[in-house]
Design a protein around this ligand. Structure first.
Ligand SMILES: N[C@@H](CCC(=O)N[C@@H](CS)C(=O)NCC(=O)O)C(=O)O
Length: 221
């Protein structure tokens, strides 16, 4: 039995799992879940993940969910190339960046992304502006860290890049939607405000297998 990955188009968490699989050049069976038909809430799916969320990985009967746990499991099980560094110091820095992203950039980014996608920019204007302020500060820090660097830590792509990139990509997509520009959030164009992040985005996009991970519905809408 091959590795199966359950994912949803546009889910930044699922994107992390796909990127890890591709970077490790693992063979896997793609199980694309349709959120619209609530495939992730069926009794079969809830047996895999009682929270009814993607991503879920099933490696020959061993089931793991939560994106960070999946990326870590893949790295422990299939160590080449290593995604969590080669020394305790590298590993600590990678985990520190991931933890910071999950604690600060991700909630702030979603504070902008969700109102954009759910047409709540007017009713949640103040909250969006506040979230954008935090996101701007976090992106500034990320941009500083990426200055003159190809990857966030070290010479190769690591779990830090894989975990953080989808959050940035989702935010960038939301910022490109109509009505966002007039809020003057000073977050986009990313290339203008955060040039090192823009260069890093291109590095991630050039990874072998990246195209296979790109959210299918983003190509058409
Ligand atoms: N902390 C989880 C978050 C997973 C998550 O929230 N996935 C979303 C897609 S972006 C989902 O499946 N939502 C469906 C739902 O909650 O009904 C992870 O890192 O994997």
């Amino acid at each position: 039995m091959a590795i199966e990955v359950y994912w949803g188009s546009g889910s930044p968490y699922a994107w992390r799992a796909l990127l890890a699989l591709e970077v490790k050049r693992l063979h896997y069976v793609s199980k694309l879940i349709q959120f619209s038909t609530k495939e992730h809430k069926t009794p079969e799916f809830l047996k895999l993940n009682p929270r009814g969320k993607v991503p879920v990985l099933n490696d020959n009967g061993f089931v793991v969910y939560e994106s960070l746990a999946i990326v870590k499991y893949l790295d422990d099980k299939y160590p080449d190339p290593p995604l969590f560094g080669r020394t305790p110091e590298e590993s600590a820095r990678i985990m520190m960046y991931i933890s910071e992203c999950n604690s600060y950039l991700e909630p702030a980014g979603l504070g902008v992304v969700r109102p954009v996608f759910f047409n709540e920019l007017d009713s949640k204007r103040d909250a969006v502006l506040e979230a954008a302020n935090t996101a701007r500060e976090e992106l500034r820090l990320l941009d500083e860290r990426l200055r003159n660097r190809r990857w966030l830590t070290g010479e190769t792509v690591t779990a830090a890049d894989i975990m953080i990139y989808p959050v940035v990509a989702l935010l960038e997509r939301a910022l490109g939607k109509p009505n966002v520009e007039e809020l003057e959030l000073k977050l986009a164009p990313i290339k203008q405000y955060f040039p090192a992040i823009a260069a890093w985005i291109k590095n991630v996009e050039a990874l072998p297998g990246y195209e296979k991970t790109y959210p299918p519905h983003w190509r058409t809408s």
